[in-house]
Design a binder for this molecule. Structure first.
Ligand code: ADP
Ligand code: MG
Length: 715
């Protein structure tokens, strides 16, 4: 009988010959408790003896894996009291000096005569070839042409060769592994079978074997995630009862059409397409569950308001949730402005499709934690009674005790900040049985493969077109004093020409207090120096609400020339007359944030510019700033971001726990993510309950266990 992974998950590692309680304890520290954990504890590298670097052939600056024997190891203290272990090693072709700072245990580990694998960069120091703090792996006397190198832990006392030895036994005793994937799929995708894959990843005959094994096992991981996401999505479509909204025969219904007619511009093709997709969803009986992706300034607000109006014209209510109070307030002001003068029938039904009736103004309310108690009480009563049509707010919207008369559409404007649980809670706010329709908007684009994984249970609409008439923003990186003089000169020139500017102060993640202080300092310095004589306002997180409104209002009205601010202005602020964005210490910000900030200018017909100020202190920081200078396309920048940061930060909270991708990478395996999704859909279309693929179903449960799946999918 072939082994199923679920069976191996039942076997503690103590079942292995070489593993007693002490060893099991040590493995436990690496997160390895069962035989399955061990089997999926993958090598981080391979030592390829068929193609091995000789010390004598290494070039200075080159990074390489070398197999060497320790000749001599000594320890001394450096002047500042740190330990310095120096080891002389050789591979027969040459000698190398290896230095370890602050790793005193190396003296015990690297006894003369020990064979070790080093991974590091060759440098020259005082005329001698050496490596500093290389990765050291003890592979023992492993023979074979390709030696797997496992993540080891000196602290737990588990070395690479221990793991290799345990895995020898596992593979030996396991024999064949059960194959969950149809032969036809394997063939089509050119995938090796499971047994070959597990043997190939732990004990490849060649690097090609190792690559083929990785390919198969990475695909399995991605397929499991997609099966779960697509299964949930389909289940929701089948079972959840939503509202089949009236959308009329034309382009969305009477209120939506009136809204579009009264806009001072025509919708872009992309906006029309997205609204069409949303309207079609809303007309369906099952709840919408859609993601709206669009670049900064692509016009997502109009699309969101269209969706909300579909609910209102049918006598339901709409809600928009923003990640921060500032944003909620801005959305509220913006939406009220867009809907000024709109009326809805004042009937019990409140339904625009019904007959005539007296009209009343369409009501848009704002509800945040800053809403005063009395006002809040009134809003809650009116939401329950139905005389508020649209409500804009923060998380406060989903707190206990808020009831809607009939919540029809929810828009969530999220900046990777809304928790999945919060989204789920808002969905539960639907009246009676019906689940409200949900539209999630991203503030800036996220890469397609990440969207497929993080939001894989959602349908996706994309705004891939900016409204016409925008002049591209010129982005420059100011390094050094000469450049900086040019920055401030340009600010003064633009102000002299009647335009306005933003100055964004350095991001200080550790402390809001420090950030506020540095903003205050920047303000003081600039007003006394470079920007003296100009009308300058200051905005940061500690400015009281009333004053904030006043400053924002003054800037909007053109009564301030320059706004010095922290990232509170990151999203949503819309002042077309502002043409310069100066970002101080720009290397501290992430790509998405910089792109978002830059999007505050270039909103009018004038040519705008963005200055990134300051040196980059890391190669990544440099790469980020260079990317911003090179491209204004948010989708392209999102891909760069994924390359630079890896998926960890993008997946964020959603990918904690067992469902971590161990081998697969959203970055390296972009194509695979797409394929895995296609295969998942294909399988579930033919076999919705996976009854004919029960092994696959079992593995999805195993790796995305109840809790993890809930976690992954609550969105
Ligand atoms: P974002 O997608 O970043 O949320 P917004 O919805 O804030 O973008 O829109 C950005 C700006 O573009 C706003 O000033 C809005 O009035 C304007 N806008 C939106 N759609 C169009 C359009 N089709 N034509 C011209 N301007 C538009
Ligand atoms: Mg917006």
């Amino acid at each position: 009988m072939a082994r199923r992974l679920s069976q191996l998950a039942q076997l503690p590692v103590t079942q292995l010959k070489g593993v007693g309680d002490a060893r099991a304890g040590a493995l436990g520290k690496l997160g390895v408790h069962t035989v399955l954990d061990l089997l999926t504890y993958y090598p981080r590298r391979y030592l390829d003896r068929t193609n091995q670097a000789r010390l004598a052939d290494l070039e200075v600056g080159e990074e390489a894996t070398v197999l060497v024997r320790v000749v001599r190891t000594t320890t001394r203290r450096t002047r500042n009291g740190r330990s310095l272990v120096t080891t002389d090693v050789s591979d027969g072709s040459a000698h190398l000096q290896v230095s370890f700072f602050n790793q005193p245990f190396r003296e015990r580990q690297l006894k003369a005569g020990t064979d070790v694998v080093l991974f590091g960069r060759l440098e020259v120091f005082q005329g001698r070839r050496r490596m500093t703090n290389p990765v050291v792996d003890l592979i023992g006397d492993r023979t074979g042409r390709i030696v797997p190198v496992y993540p080891q832990s000196e602290k737990a006392g588990v070395m690479s060769w221990d793991i290799a030895r345990f895995l020898d036994e596992v593979l030996d005793r396991a024999g064949e592994f059960a194959e969950p994937l149809d032969a036809s799929v394997r063939q089509r995708l050119d995938l090796v079978d499971r047994t070959t894959a597990f043997r190939g990843i732990h004990g490849p005959e060649s690097m090609r074997d190792a690559a083929a094994a990785r390919r198969r096992l990475a695909f399995d991981e991605l397929l499991q995630v997609q099966l779960e996401l697509v299964r949930r999505k389909r289940e929701l479509e089948r079972t959840a009862v939503g509202i089949a909204h009236h959308v009329g025969a034309g382009s969305g219904g009477p209120l939506v059409e009136r809204f579009h007619q009264r806009l001072p511009y025509d919708l872009t093709g992309a906006q029309q397409r997205a609204i069409g997709e949303i309207v079609a969803d809303l007309a369906e009986g099952h709840p919408m569950h859609r993601l709206l992706q669009g670049d900064v300034g692509a016009g997502k607000t109009v699309v969101a308001v269209s969706a909300l109006l579909v609910a209102v014209q049918g006598g339901h209510q709409g809600a928009l949730m923003a990640p921060t109070e500032v944003l909620a307030e801005q959305h509220h002001a913006g939406i009220r402005h867009l809907l000024e003068g709109f009326t809805v029938p004042d009937t019990d039904e409140g339904n625009l499709f019904g007959g005539a009736g007296l009209d009343r103004p369409l009501r848009v309310a704002l509800l945040t934690n800053r809403t005063a108690a009395g006002e809040r009480r009134r809003i809650l009563a009116d939401l329950a009674e139905g005389s508020i049509d649209l409500v804009v707010g923060t998380h406060a919207l989903i707190s206990e005790g808020i009831a809607f008369r009939s919540l029809g559409v929810v828009v969530i404007d999220e900046q990777h900040r809304f928790g999945v649980e919060q989204r789920a809670a808002l969905r539960d706010k639907g009246s009676g049985e019906a689940v409200p329709d949900v539209l999630v908007m991203t503030a800036t684009p996220i890469p397609r493969t990440a969207a497929m994984t993080v939001y894989g249970d959602l349908d996706v609409s994309v705004l891939d077109e900016l409204p016409p008439g925008r002049t591209p923003i010129v982005t420059r990186w100011a390094q050094g004093e000469l450049d900086e003089m040019e920055v401030w000169q340009q600010v003064r020139d633009e102000v002299a020409a009647g335009r306005q500017a933003y100055v964004v102060c350095p991001l200080i993640e550790e402390s809001e207090k420090l950030e506020v202080r540095s903003a205050q300092e920047a303000y003081d310095e600039l007003t006394a120096g470079e920007l003296s004589g100009l009308r300058v306002g200051l905005l940061h997180g500690r400015v009281p609400a009333a004053e904030k409104d006043e400053v924002m209002g003054a800037f909007r009205r053109g009564e301030l020339d320059v706004l010095v601010a922290t990232t509170v202005i990151e999203v949503g602020v819309d002042v077309p007359n502002a043409t310069v964005m100066v970002i101080l210490d720009a290397a501290r910000f992430g790509i998405a944030q910089l792109h978002q900030l830059r999007g505050r200018v270039g909103r009018g017909a004038r040519r705008s510019s963005c200055w990134l100020v300051g040196e980059a202190t890391t190669p990544d920081g440099e790469a980020r700033l260079e990317a911003l200078v090179r491209s204004t396309d948010g989708f392209e920048l999102a891909e760069v971001d994924l390359d630079l940061r890896g998926e960890g930060t993008i997946m964020g909270e959603r990918q904690k726990g067992r469902n971590d991708l161990k081998l697969a990478s959203l970055r390296r395996d972009r194509e695979w993510v797409v394929t895995a999704r296609e295969v998942a859909m294909e399988l579930l279309d033919a076999d919705p309950g996976l009854e004919h693929h029960w092994l696959l179903a079992e593995e999805v449960d195993l790796f995305l266990g109840e809790d993890d799946a809930e976690f992954l999918l609550k969105g």
